[in-house]
Structure formats: C-alpha cells, structure tokens
Design a protein around this ligand. Structure first.
Ligand code: ACM
Ligand code: ZN
Length: 733
C-alpha cells in the first residue's frame, strides 16, 4: 500500500511541474510569467461578450470533455473563478492577436476578432495538461494553468499547409482531422491541391467524367496505376456537399481553404477523361513525372469555356478570395507540335512557350477575377510575361524565386522545397524524396521567409508568409505516413510563420517540442515522427546516442524490429555481432522511430560474378550493368512501363552459398518505381525454379538451403509507374 501511494504522489508531482511550465508552440511574442496558478473546478464559469459565443462553445468543448466540469455561461462579469472571453473591435489588438492574462482568480482573454480569441484559446490549451486534447483524463491531472500574461500576434498573415490529395487520396474525415491539427498550431490556410495527373478529386456537375473516370486509376480505367496503387482500382473524390462541409469545418477553426486545380500541366486526369482538352500534335517527350499528353491545349478556344464552367462551380464552394490555378512544370513538348498552339503563337507573335504559358495564365487570371477572386499560381507563372498585380506567387523552387516574385511586385508565399516540402526525407534512411535535400525539423525551423535578401520595405511586405507542402506520391504506405511526414515539421513552419525572428531559437524549440509538444501531439492522436537514436560500433561495443536526454531507446540483438517489449538501452554493449543489433526510439510504446543498425557494422554482402537475362528494355542512362556492379546506389531503369510476363534473371557464374538473399526493387532508398505485382523464384540448378515469394512493397527476402545459381523476377501485372527500377541483389554469407 505504501509503495502504491508513493507512486501516486510522484505521478502527481510530475504532472504539476509539467503543467506549470510555459512551452507554447508557436512561441508567443511576449510572455510575462507570474507566481502561482489558476485552478479549474466545478464552479469555474465562462463569461462571454456578444461576439465570443462561438469561441466559448469551442473552449467549453475541450474543457468539459477533459475535466468533467460544466463551465456554465454567466451573464454578469464574475469576481473570481472565471474565464472571460472579451472580443471588441475597439481593442487595439491586431486582427489575429490576443492578450491572455491568467491570475490566481481567473483567465481573461481579449481580442479584436474571433480569430484572435481562437488563438488565445490555443495558447491556453497548451498551458493545460496535454490530456485536454484527447479528453482521456488519467485522474492524476491537476487542472490548473500558471499565472502569466501573454500578448501575442503573428509575424505573417499567411501561415499555410498544402496537401496533395491526387497522388494519394484522403477521405473527408482524414482531411478534417488534418485541418483540426493545423488549427492547434495557429496555421490559418489550407491549400488543397485537388487535381493532378493521377486523379481529379472535386465533383464538377457540368463535367461528370472528371470524377467518373478521372478520379480512378488501375486496370481498365482511363488512368494507369501509379505510386503503389498496383493492380487494383484506386481513387476517390469529394462531392460538392463534402467540400462545403470541410470548408465550414475549417472556417470554425479559422482556417481559409484555398482550392487548387493544377493547370495547364499536371492534367492527365482531365485529358484522359475529356481527350479533346489535350493538344493534337505528337506526344513527344514526357513530363517530369513521366506523363504524356497531360497539358491543356492553349490554342483550343472551347477549353476556356470549360475552364470557366469549372471555376464557376468551384468559386461557389470556396469562400476564399483566392483561387490557385497551378501553372507548374508544364511539359511544353505537346504544345510544340500542336497545330492549334502553333497557330495561336503565330497569331499573337509569341516567341516561346513561356509566352504561351503566360497567355494561358492571363486568361485564367481574367476568368478568376471575373468571378470575384484573385488568382494564385506556382512560381513558373512569373515566366514569359507580366501578371495582374493581385496574382499571388507560391515560390517553391527556391528562395530566389520568391525574391524574384516580390521584385516584380507580386504578393508571394515562401515555400522553398528545401525547407517546406514534407515529401522530402527526414533522414537519409527514411522514406521520402531527396531532390530538395534532406528536410530535417531543424532545417524547416531555420527558414526566414524574408531572410537576408536586400528587399525594400514594400518588397518585404509582399512576402505574405510561409507554407509547408505535402506531395503524396510516396504516401500510399506505411499507415499514417501523412502524420509522420507532417509532424513535427509543420510545427516548425508554424513557428516560422508566427514568431518574430528574435524570439526563435532552435535548441529552445527542440526542447519545447520533445519535452512538451510530443505529448500534446500524442494526445491529439497524431502519429508524428519520433527521432531515431544514432548507433555506432566502436572498440568492440555498440553505443547509442539518444535523440534527446529523456528518450526511451529500445534494442534487439537478432535483427528483429524493436518492440515495446524489447529492453531499454542503458549503455554500451560489448559484442562481436554488431550487425545483428537494431535500435529505435519509443514514445509511449505506440509510437516509434525508424529502426536503425549501428554505423560501422555493415552487412558483408557477397559479390558473385553475375550475368543478366531479361525481357525488359533498358533506359541506357540506368543500364543493366548497374545490377551487377554490387554498388547499392546505382540501379537499373526500364525504358518503358513493364507488362505481365516480363522477367529478369540474375545468373551467377558459379553457385553461391548464401544464408539470405534480399531482392529489393525501386529507386534505392526511395522505394519508388519498384515491383508492385510480381514474384521471385530461384534455382539451385539453373533449370528448375522454386517460388521465393510475392513482392511486398517492392521487396522479397528468402533463405536458400543450398548454393543458388539463379534468381528470377517475374512481373504479373503492368507495373504502376512509367518505369521500373531494379537493384543489385543483397547476398549474405
Ligand atoms: C511543384 O512542386 N511542382 C509545385
Ligand atoms: Zn495545343
């Protein structure tokens, strides 16, 4: 009994000390700490002014759910034990700003708008025990908040997040949850990338084929399989009713939804559904993403009628003043051979395809303006001519593009890939792209949207803010990878957008993040990325460095995945089998980092002399000989999409005595363009083959019982990519 009581007291003490700390993300711009705390109880009441009813309902939802107290509304300003929500447009507080004053007697929030009060509430929630987010109280919470005075307002008006729902489709519930989490980070724009080559996701009543056909890919569909969707029908879209519901849900959380339909490139889903939309010439070179015939024809006049019809339907769904038309990565090859595009260029005296793009963009601008909105587009819309000064530019290729944009007088959102693209890897061994580099949390945090560029005040004011972006071609797996890629990086971008640069400091942010915000995100239900340890083999021992001093790192000694039952790492371990060790950081048993093996203890792979026989055509920039050099960063690419029945055999000149062979496909380290439908078989005699297994996420592993002479990959359905990538075999002694 005594022991148990002691344990209870300890838990209680810990909760109190955590709650008493002020560790808000994004960091407020002015905090004055006081002494003592305000304690919530059954009698605590909420006093609202005329404009703060909605805020009160929102706040009460969290408080009641978590504490079980009622938080009744009162009409008379109470003397003690109160939460006052006081909104008055006469207050000299910036639109999204607030003051939050906590005394031992009560909590007073003041703002000039409902948005300001909403952000005050977000700060207040972060002062409470984190279970306030889940409503799953442990019974040990002390429902109190520290005495403090916060005066706060954001550095930038635009603090956004873009989600691509084309490459991977996310249902309405997932999108809502995503928006809700954004709001807890004071993110105020949701840029919804609704269309791309791999799926059109917004219902347009006048053009039903856009979603009847263009929202689906796979066998027999107009869109071929892509990005891991494999040999099955894949897709989905949002009805106009669902869109309205999501937009309203976002508005309740003070988030503006900015729709994007990506034009005139990235439009395979359109040209596959309405083939007249495309150009009439030769397809020519493929787009960056490997699509042919995926641009709107600029020279066909009926296209502008169709576009206006689409925009007319969409502006009714989205109250935002802004409408994003894409404009990025247009493959000009189709325009180059199209008689309509050629004729238009001659008529208008255009010298190049940038000018043709500008022609298209200007026409979109006038349609969008006609329907009461301003146009936005990716930074390619700066090319080829001028823009309406109202048109916003989203600088994704570099900071320099953002500088170019404001120098030309355009309102600009900074979202350079190297800081803001959450489809990039978070470390070299993690899933993700790397064309914009490894985008660590620290890298995202280090962005200053205005930075050191020599801008005039007017130019600096044109930088409206910052935005994270999640492109989703690699998001098909693992489960909840959308959470993992977004958090905690979006919290870093939130602070970039909110907090004045003089109050930003990486070590301080990382401590707030790992010490407090991890727990909050966990209670919100986010499957965020937990940072892995670093493990090394040195002087006969494996050693792990924890990613933060209170991290729980677990390990195994048999190559298996660490689980919550694996022992906790306490210090170096002497071993002569370092390559058998695996480490992972755990957060609360459920969340864990990627699994790592010790550096300096690599596997020893055999490199037998190998010959390749295949039915698959090679792309000569990624030739077949890359499969037999046993360099694991070089790889093979097919020249085209493979088909059922295609095969590739690795033939050893002498039988190889291997304990395990791993057949890994896809671009090394990205697992992109691997085998989705197929199997591996192997042969001891070079004639008879034994099935080793079907590909799962592009990998087959098998354990031969005798020396092996050949390993064969067999494709059973067209691969879901315009190319297939294969790698060297990993053959272990
Ligand atoms: C983009 O990443 N193509 C805007
Ligand atoms: Zn054309």
């Amino acid at each position: 009994m005594k022991t148990k009581l002691f344990a209870l007291c300890t838990a209680f003490a810990v909760t109190v000390s955590l709650a008493a700390q002020i560790s808000i993300i994004p960091k407020p711009n002015k905090i004055e700490k006081g002494e003592g705390s305000f304690i919530f109880n059954k009698q605590t009441v909420i006093y609202t002014t005329e404009k703060s009813q909605q805020n009160a309902t929102y706040l009460r939802g969290y408080l009641k759910n978590a504490t079980g107290f009622n938080f009744e509304s009162v009409k008379v300003s109470p003397a003690s034990n109160f939460i006052v929500l006081d909104i008055a447009s006469s207050y000299n507080i910036p639109a999204e700003g607030y003051s939050l004053e906590i005394s031992t007697q009560g909590i007073t929030i003041k703002s000039s708008t409902g948005t300001g009060a909403f952000y005050a509430i977000q700060s207040l929630l972060q002062l409470m025990p984190p279970t306030v987010y889940s409503g799953k109280a442990t019974g040990f919470e002390k429902w109190s908040v520290p005495v403090v005075k916060i005066e706060d307002s954001p550095r930038f008006d635009y603090r956004g997040m873009m989600l691509d729902v084309s490459r991977t489709f996310f249902d309405a519930e997932t999108v809502k949850r995503y928006i809700d989490w954004m709001s807890h980070h004071k993110i105020n724009k949701f840029h919804w990338h609704l269309t791309d080559d791999n799926g059109w996701r917004v219902e347009i009543k006048k053009y039903p084929e856009l979603t009847r056909k263009g929202a689906w890919r796979g066998p027999g569909e107009v869109l071929k399989a892509s990005f891991g969707s494999g040999n099955q029908r894949y897709g989905g879209f949002y009805t106009q009713e669902q869109i309205k519901e999501i937009v309203a849900y976002a508005a309740e959380r003070h988030i503006e939804v900015i729709p994007e339909i990506d034009l005139p490139g990235h439009s395979k889903a359109v040209t596959a559904s309405y083939p007249n939309v495309g150009c009439d010439g030769e397809i020519g070179e493929l787009s960056v993403q490997g699509e042919g015939q995926n641009a709107w024809c600029v020279g066909k006049e009926p296209n502008y009628k169709m576009l206006e019809d689409i925009i007319k339907e969409m502006v009714k769904l989205f109250p935002s003043k802004n409408f994003h038309i894409g404009g990025d990565e247009v493959n000009y090859a189709q325009w180059g051979t199209c008689p309509h595009c050629i004729a238009l260029m001659e008529k208008e005296g255009m010298k190049n395809h940038e000018e043709l793009l500008n022609y298209f963009v200007r026409r979109m601008e006038s349609i969008v303006e006609k329907h009461g909105k301003h146009m936005s587009g990716w930074d390619e819309i700066l090319d080829g001519g001028n823009l309406n000064p109202n048109s916003r530019v989203y600088a994704w290729r570099s900071v320099a593009k953002g500088i170019e944009s404001v120098t030309k007088g355009q309102p600009t959102i900074m979202m350079p890939g190297e800081y803001c693209y959450f489809d990039m890897k978070q470390s070299p061994i993690e899933r993700g792209h790397n064309w914009a580099g490894i985008v660590t949390l620290e890298k995202s945090y280090s962005l200053d949207p205005i930075g050191t560029a020599n801008l005039t005040d007017d130019q600096a004011h044109l930088i409206l803010g910052v935005q994270g972006a999640l492109w989703t071609e690699l998001l098909g797996w693992p489960a909840r990878f959308i959470d993992y890629q977004t958090y905690p990086r979006l919290a870093a971008i939130a602070e970039v957008g909110w907090t004045q640069p003089q109050y930003k400091e990486w070590n301080n942010f990382y401590k707030r993040m790992t010490r407090h915000h991890f727990e909050r995100m966990y209670q919100m239900g986010i499957f965020f990325r937990v940072p892995p340890p670093v493990a090394k083999y040195e002087n006969g021992a494996v050693k792990a460095e924890l990613p933060y001093s209170w991290a729980v790192v677990r390990y195994t000694t048999d190559e298996s995945e660490p689980t919550s039952f694996s022992p906790v790492y306490k210090g170096e371990i002497f071993t002569d089998k370092p390559h058998k060790f695996r480490f992972a950081t755990f957060f609360k048993d459920e969340l864990k980092s990627v699994t790592i093996s010790p550096e300096n203890a690599p596997y020893i792979y055999l490199k037998p002399e190998t010959r390749i026989e295949t039915s698959i055509l090679e792309n000569n920039r990624f030739p077949i000989k890359n499969l037999t050099d046993y360099k694991y960063d070089t790889y093979f690419r097919s020249a085209s999409r493979v088909k059922a029945g295609d095969y590739l055999i690795y033939q050893f000149s002498e039988a190889v005595n291997a304990s395990r062979i791993t057949v890994e496909t896809g671009i090394p380290n990205i697992s992109f363009y691997g085998v989705t439908d197929g199997y591996v078989e192997f042969s001891y005699d070079g004639k008879n083959y034994i099935k080793a297994g079907y590909f799962e996420r592009g990998v087959v592993v098998f354990l031969p019982e005798k020396p092996v002479l050949a390993v064969k990959i067999v494709i059973t359905a067209p691969n879901d990519g315009h190319i297939l990538s294969l790698q060297d075999l990993r053959i272990e002694l």
